[in-house]
Design a protein around this ligand. Structure first.
Ligand code: SF4
Ligand code: MG
Length: 326
């Protein structure tokens, strides 16, 4: 069986007052059925843009300029609004950094959880029973009593649990989580990550977990993709990425302090220098200005994604077999 979703050479531009921003450039990535894929990188690297393009929620000023997003025999990159409405919350669901993005502040939790089941041919009582069951699945105590409360009456952690329950109610094949724990403290974060892992195993859906938190990704993910300046610079299994990183950017992220790559690491380590201007991406390697290993070729030639090992690749000239490592 092929991947659940195959992103093929996807490029997305944003039209802004300051010019066209090339937010995603030639990104290819596969999401495998039933696996958790972590998408990491500094803020502004394009990871949220990639996540939003997978659920048809790109901003109005965004344009897919090239590439395809294949799911089964469909190309999601070419879907219109009606096509996305059909797919979203059925095959693909999303939980957001801020749970209030997904929750309606003026409707109680029960009503929202019943409404999201509009496709199901169940009675209202059955939908209500399922809502209670799913609140239990996300370990909300006394779930039946929670149906009558409004989002503002819940804590941030409880709200995110409700959002996870609502996403799972639609039985998606792919659950996208865009930094879902960023607003929470470390203890709650750990609880939500454990919960996601448990639910993912129980429901068997694939998860795309967007994070700037390496510790969480190490904890949760089977596969990892590293983005830099709108490009996919390295991808592989979590073991390959954390134990045998190939790209100097990935190496820099991990080398900052390997001992801290536990759940306690709240942030991406800081690497000196800043991201290139994505209105004018560099001709050669996008990481060149910050790369300790850069040489002449890195300024003139744009590195392709070289294969390091089966299922492991990195966009760096050091991996060119012709070049040889020195
Ligand atoms: Fe560094 Fe060159 Fe590799 Fe880019 S291509 S990461 S500049 S060594
Ligand atoms: Mg983001």
């Amino acid at each position: 069986a092929g991947p659940l979703v195959a992103i093929d050479s996807l490029s997305v531009d944003f039209d802004t007052a300051g010019g066209t921003v090339h937010a995603l450039r030639d990104v290819s990535l596969e999401v495998q059925k039933g696996r958790v894929l972590g998408l990491v990188g500094e803020s502004g690297c394009g990871k949220s843009t990639l996540a939003y393009s997978l659920i048809g929620l790109l901003a109005d000023n965004a344009r897919v300029v090239n590439g395809a997003i294949r799911m089964g025999d469909r190309d999601l990159a070419g879907l219109n609004a009606a096509g996305w409405r059909d797919l979203r919350g059925r095959r693909i669901a999303m939980i957001f950094q801020d749970p209030m993005t997904a929750l309606n502040p003026v409707l109680n939790i029960g009503r929202q959880m019943i409404d999201i089941q509009y496709r199901e041919s169940l009675s209202k009582a059955e939908k209500r029973a399922r809502a209670i069951e799913f609140l239990g699945q996300v370990q909300i105590p006394d779930p039946a009593a929670r149906l009558d409360v409004y989002p503002h009456q819940l804590s941030g952690g409880m709200r995110q649990r409700v959002c996870i329950a609502m996403a799972l109610l639609t039985r998606p094949d792919l659950l996208i989580a865009d930094e879902p724990t960023t607003a929470l403290d470390a203890t709650l974060e750990m609880q939500i990550v454990d919960l996601l892992r448990e639910l993912q195993q129980r429901f068997g859906c694939a998860v795309l977990f967007v994070s700037h938190h390496l510790g969480t990704v190490a904890e949760l993910c089977d596969d990892v993709a590293v983005m830099y300046a709108g490009e996919m610079v390295e991808k592989g299994s979590a073991r390959q990425i954390f134990h045998h990183p190939q790209h100097p950017y990935t190496q820099a992220l991990l080398a900052c302090d390997p001992a801290r790559i536990g759940i306690a690491t709240r942030q991406l380590p800081t690497i000196p220098g800043s991201l290139p201007d994505l209105r004018r991406p560099p001709v050669g390697c996008a990481f060149r200005a910050r790369c300790p290993q850069a040489w002449g070729r890195c300024a003139s030639d744009h590195p392709p994604l070289y294969v390091a090992q089966t299922h492991h690749g990195a966009r760096c000239h050091l991996l060119n077999p012709e070049e040889g490592k020195t």
